[in-house]
Ligand binder design. Structure first.
Ligand SMILES: [Fe+2]
Ligand SMILES: [Fe+2]
Length: 191
């Protein structure tokens, strides 16, 4: 069951989260923004019914993830580069959609493999860095876990839909997506 974080008293600035955690939540918010736009990009290009259904289902989940981080973070601490992350997300979905289902599934597999690890690192750090766990921090850890579980489902579904042989260009694209996600996270921690 998802919690209601529309309560402004939970906002990051109101509960004095450690600066590293605010930076990490900023990356999650920017990442989920990108994820929403990946699926918008796929839907803007693909005319394949299977891909559209896949994208619509995932889009719904990513929008819920985004709403959760939106409710936690004050506008002032969100990434100032959100228009860039929207564009990057859109292109990350639209470009493979031109080339078909396998390219789309491999893109999602690459993104979600990165995101699973990203959330895991944050969960681990919350376990070790936070000596006195406040209810807010426990709740954040729970939200991260829930989002991570959804991302793992997306990852497994994409993997299951992929054929054994992924083309060289598609594999290179997958590496680029992983590298791009990692670079974006480093930037969002700062801005
Ligand atoms: Fe997500
Ligand atoms: Fe996802």
């Amino acid at each position: 069951m998802q919690s209601d974080f529309s309560d402004s008293s939970f906002r990051a600035s109101a509960v004095t989260l450690p600066p590293w955690l605010i930076a990490e939540l900023r990356t999650d918010h920017a990442g989920e923004t990108g994820a929403v736009f990946i699926y918008k990009g796929i839907l803007a290009v693909s005319r394949c019914e299977k891909i559209q259904n896949f994208a619509l289902r995932h889009l719904e989940t990513e929008q819920k993830h985004l709403q959760r981080f939106d409710a936690i973070l004050e506008p002032g601490v969100k990434s100032r580069l959100l228009p860039l992350w929207r564009l990057a997300g859109f292109l990350t979905g639209a470009i493979p959609a031109i080339f078909g289902a396998q390219a789309v599934y491999h893109t999602i597999e690459s993104v979600e493999a990165f995101v699973e690890t990203h959330y895991q690192q944050q969960i681990e750090r919350l376990k070790t860095d936070v000596i006195v766990s406040s209810p807010a921090l426990i709740e954040i850890k729970r939200i991260l876990r829930e989002c991570q579980e959804d991302e793992i489902e997306h990852l497994e579904e994409s993997k299951a839909k992929l054929s054994d042989k992924i083309g060289f260009v598609t594999r290179c694209w997958g590496h680029m997506v992983g590298f791009g996600s990692s670079a974006a996270v480093r930037i969002v921690r700062l801005i």
